[in-house]
Design a protein around this ligand. Structure first.
Ligand code: SF4
Ligand code: SF4
Length: 404
């Protein structure tokens, strides 16, 4: 069975039929904003996928590139008045082009996806990163895009012991990329949730949700990972699930739609960690040390898919006395990191973040928070190149650092 056959042809053609070609999504699309050409727009990509599925077009280098450039930010889907299921359409398009990618492109992509989704491979790479970091050798690694994404510091919260609690059980879903590069966000979430009275279920290993495979077109592996994830979480049966990365949270919420009806309950009990902690903080009396500093707030595109209220992270961090939160003047929401784009389309990704980096270079702020691990690593890599003093962390990490 070919990967593209995982989709029902007529279903995809029908999904593209929903697009009334109004173009309202175009100004919200980062790649269209840059290129100003139809094939780099959501409407253009929908037409390309339709033609592929109708057999009117064969996938060529150009088609692969137009579909590959999509950042899967879903800004288009969010503003579409016709409720077009763009995510389903782009996944279907990429399932066709996935196997036709150049041998080099495919092998690089598959290696990276394997390294991220395989717990043993991650453990090995983590140990190597730890040694390099401890010896201060990260800066000496070859100046490749992959190595530039490695943060230089170890877990700043590692020596703090979590509060013991017998409250309702909660499973924390870390991302594979987060698990690979730093345990800091996981430690921070454990500290905050335990203090809020929850009993954190320890995970033997980080489970991959399959989002990166799904959006890269490797639907077979995405499905295997999804089923493994559902099975493992159903066995643990925690009362709540919280996701540390907005991208993973968005994917898990989609599980039931992706043919795994057994995941319906799971999709309903997953929360974004920021949203969950905000709800709980409002009911308790946690206190935080003041932080008289300017902190830049990045709102990842994936945040809109998991939290309806765009002000959640602001509300959460405003619990820290004296903090001054700043949002980017750059009106283009997307930072260019979407999915694996920070690696796969690194020039496009750098171009999309450059105005934000310029703002950060000229600010007195020394911290930027983002709840998408891909965006955080992308920002971090660009800031490192510019030798700026701005540190990047997850909102929950900042909260845990200030918790009394
Ligand atoms: S995807 Fe939606 S907003 Fe964009 S052109 Fe089609 S109908 Fe209009
Ligand atoms: S997902 Fe983002 S990059 Fe892709 S077409 Fe939609 S708005 Fe453009």
């Amino acid at each position: 069975m070919s990967i593209a056959e995982s989709f029902n042809k007529q279903e995809i053609i029908d999904a593209t039929d929903q697009c009334v070609m109004c173009g309202l999504c175009l100004p919200h699309c980062p790649t269209y904003t840059l290129a100003q050409t139809e094939p780099e727009s959501p409407r253009g990509r929908i037409a390309l996928v339709r033609a592929l599925y109708e057999g009117k077009l064969d996938s060529s280098e150009t088609i692969i590139s137009h579909l590959g450039n999509c950042l899967t930010c879903m800004n288009c889907e969010h503003v579409c008045p016709a409720n077009v299921n763009y995510e389903k359409i782009i996944d279907a398009g990429r399932a066709v082009t996935y196997m036709q990618n150049s041998l080099l492109g495919l092998s690089q992509q598959s290696t990276l996806l394997f390294a991220l989704s395989n717990a043993r491979a991650r453990k090995f790479f983590k140990a190597c990163i730890y040694i390099f970091r401890t010896l201060g050798l990260i800066r000496l690694l070859p100046k490749t895009r992959l190595f530039s994404l490695l943060p230089e510091t170890n877990n700043t919260l590692a020596n703090i012991t979590a509060h013991k609690s017998n409250g309702p059980t909660i499973a924390i879903i870390n991302s594979c990329a987060g698990d690979l590069v730093s345990d800091e966000t996981l430690t921070a979430a454990t500290l905050v949730l335990s203090k809020l009275g929850y009993s954190v279920v320890e995970q033997k290993q980080t489970l991959c949700c399959g989002a990166l495979h799904q959006h890269s077109g490797d639907l077979k592996t995405a499905k295997e990972l999804r089923q493994k994830f559902i099975h493992s979480i159903n066995q643990q049966n925690p009362y709540y699930l919280v996701s540390l990365a907005t991208g993973c949270g968005a994917q898990i919420k989609r599980y039931a739609e992706l043919d795994d009806i057994s995941a319906e309950q799971l999709s309903k009990k997953i929360f974004d960690v920021n949203e969950f902690v905000l709800q709980q903080i409002n009911k308790t009396s946690l206190s935080f040390r003041p932080l008289a500093k300017k902190v830049y707030l990045h709102k990842p595109c994936s945040q809109a898919q998991v939290i309806n209220d765009a002000t959640v992270v602001e509300q959460l961090l405003n619990n820290i006395p004296e903090i001054e939160l700043v949002t980017f003047e750059d009106k283009l929401a997307c930072c260019g990191a979407g999915g694996m784009n920070t690696l796969a389309q690194s020039e496009l990704a750098k171009h999309l973040v450059e105005n934000k980096i310029l703002e950060l270079k000229n600010t007195t702020a020394n911290c930027l928070v983002s709840s998408n691990i891909g965006c955080a690593l992308h920002f971090q890599a660009q800031l490192k190149n510019e030798n700026t003093h701005v540190q990047v962390c997850h909102p929950i990490t900042l909260l845990a650092q200030q918790m009394v």
